[in-house]
Design a protein around this ligand. Structure first.
Ligand code: KG4
Ligand code: ZN
Length: 340
């Protein structure tokens, strides 16, 4: 195949950057024929976080059956896969290499192109996968366990970084506060659940960096939660969780909305694991509606790590850059390619 995929080119996507082993078959960056995600959460829960060595071993065990299931569910004829895309970074190097090696081997055997995909770019494409009517430019708020980025997506593959966290990522703050409150791992869903019974106005936690910039800071907020609980041991966990969540969501949505207005975006897109948060989803949509902007909040399954978004981003990369050489490896510190 040439560097120019057809509209309906069928891509097998593989995702193994962290603790999700995933494979998906997507036609033309738009039609999901199958998407299989096997979560390792239970393997890591008792350690309170992802253990890299356990993660890579689990990927080795799980990846072949996950790919097989994705291929069977897609119901393709022999030779139906026309390109294989895999996440090459950022992520845990041992985990990344499991997916990258499998993808290269399959690409060689099937004689189709291999495409290395940036995990962050894949999250950006999750929104487009579910709503092809999205018009560019858009502002994307990408909030995950490792990243908090505000991106002006001017065109396909053309990103401008508007702001990012200067310390903890939003998901990291959820995970750390949940651990402190004894809510377990992963922290985001636990806080989301517990906060439903709490009062978001109970405690006024600080909103950091409410200046002109689009950067974020969450480590002071985490410290404020710890200090408050130490000073007021009688405080209800649900109120702390709800007030913490309110502070995070408030800053995220206010900055994303201001950025979208400033750059004249046609829409706002939410992405990354934290985009599964129920209050963030609601507030984000409200902010867009108030501004008459097209809002897109992908389904929860599409927000958290999956391989359909990898296949979609792979299709676009194949179109812009052509196949990735088979001697390319994984890069744990890969950054989103941005224009300056
Ligand atoms: O994108 P993702 O699946 O993995 C990374 O690439 O990091 O994001 C995982 C992060 C974790 O920090 C998790 O606690 C957070 O997303 N998360 C949530 C929710 N569901 C997952 N945070 C807040 N509320 C949720 N409902
Ligand atoms: Zn992710």
């Amino acid at each position: 195949m040439t560097a120019h995929p057809r509209e309906a080119t069928v891509v097998l996507g593989i995702e193994t950057s962290c603790d999700e082993t995933a494979a998906a078959v997507v036609s033309g960056a738009q039609t999901v024929l199958s998407s299989v995600v096997s979560s390792q959460i239970e393997l890591h829960a008792r350690f309170g976080g992802v253990v890299p060595e356990i993660a890579s071993r689990a990927h080795v065990d799980l990846l072949t059956p996950v790919i097989a299931q994705a291929l069977v569910e897609a119901g393709l004829p022999d030779g139906g896969v026309e390109a294989v895309a895999a996440t090459v970074g950022p992520g845990l190097i041992g985990s990344l290499l499991v997916g990258v090696s499998a993808a290269k081997a399959l690409a060689l055997v099937w004689d189709v192109p291999f495409v290395g995909v940036n995990h962050l770019e894949a999250h950006l494409y999750a929104g487009f996968l579910e709503d092809p009517s999205l018009e560019l430019p858009v502002v994307v708020l990408l909030v995950s366990g490792g990243h908090t980025l505000l991106i002006h997506m001017e065109d396909h593959g053309r990103y401008r970084l508007l702001g990012q966290t200067i310390d903890d990522a939003a998901g990291e703050a959820f995970d750390k506060v949940a651990r402190y409150l004894g809510l377990g791992y992963p922290g985001g869903p636990a806080i989301d659940r517990v906060a439903m019974d709490g009062d978001p106005e109970a405690i006024r936690f600080p909103r950091a960096m409410q200046d002109e910039s689009y950067d974020f800071s969450f480590s002071g907020l985490k410290t404020a939660v710890v200090n408050h609980v130490r000073r007021h041991p009688e405080v209800g966990t649900a109120d702390v969780a709800a007030s913490f969540q309110e502070a995070v969501v408030d800053v995220l949505v206010t900055k994303a909305q201001r950025a979208a207005q400033a750059v004249g975006a046609k829409g706002m897109v939410l992405g990354g694991g934290v985009a599964a948060n129920s209050v963030l989803r609601e507030r984000f949509l409200d902010a867009c509606t108030a501004d008459g902007m097209h809002a897109f909040v992908p389904s929860r399954a599409m927000c958290t790590d999956n391989a359909a978004m990898v296949a979609a981003a792979g299709w676009w990369r194949l179109r812009s850059d052509g196949p990735t050489p088979l001697d390319a490896g994984g890069d744990p510190n890969l950054r989103l390619p941005v224009v300056t």
